[in-house]
Design a protein around this ligand. Structure first.
Ligand SMILES: [Ca+2]
Length: 190
């Protein structure tokens, strides 16, 4: 669903690093305003005054039946172009998944979501759910544990993209740079 462009950007941006083990079911990330980036010759550059894609808060929970990510944006609007929220996950047994929500005028502003394996193939995940709330500036994505091989723990990375015909904007809740290299700590089932 996300297409080669986004998937390759994910691959380029997100290199695996070891994270310390911790027993927790939830991670909450506060992200500054005004740290939206776009690609540049040097990698990424900050776009001053850009509100699109600007994440301000993110919560990722490993619940009894699902992994649920919820991001709050500074100003979520029905913008021309393609809006994408993506979350990659890896688990204790080595399962890797990329789940995404995308919305546009063509797709529809309620959006659609899917899950892919590392090779880009769609994973059957019929109970996948998402919600885009333009009133509260929140995008939520619920990935059932059954689509992750019912892991003991999961680590995740979240990004928000906006793709126009000649421009790409990105923000992530993990740091204030355009590129990043981080996983959450291990989220054990709560
Ligand atoms: Ca931000």
């Amino acid at each position: 669903m996300l297409g080669r462009f986004v998937v390759s950007a994910l691959a380029a941006l997100m290199l695996c690093v070891a994270a310390p083990a911790a027993h927790a079911a939830t991670v909450s990330l506060i992200d500054p305003r005004g740290d939206v980036h776009r690609p540049s010759a040097e990698g990424y550059e900050r776009v001053e005054g850009e509100r699109r894609t600007d994440i301000v808060r993110t919560t990722i929970r490993h619940k009894k039946h699902a992994v649920v990510a919820r991001i709050k944006l500074l100003d979520l609007r029905r913008e021309p172009g393609l809006m994408v929220m993506a979350m990659r996950m890896r688990t204790n047994d080595g399962t890797y998944r990329e789940a995404g929500v995308e919305a546009s005028r063509r797709i529809g502003w309620r959006g659609r979501s899917d899950v892919e394996a590392r090779n880009g193939r769609a994973v059957d995940c019929a109970a996948l759910q998402h919600e885009i709330d333009y009133r509260t500036d929140v995008i939520a994505l619920r990935v059932p544990r059954s689509c992750l091989n019912r892991p003991r723990w999961v680590q995740a990375t979240v990004i928000q993209f906006w793709l126009g015909s000649r421009q790409m904007l990105i923000d992530n809740p993990h740091n204030s740079r355009g590129g990043f290299n981080v996983w959450t700590r291990r989220l054990h089932r709560g």
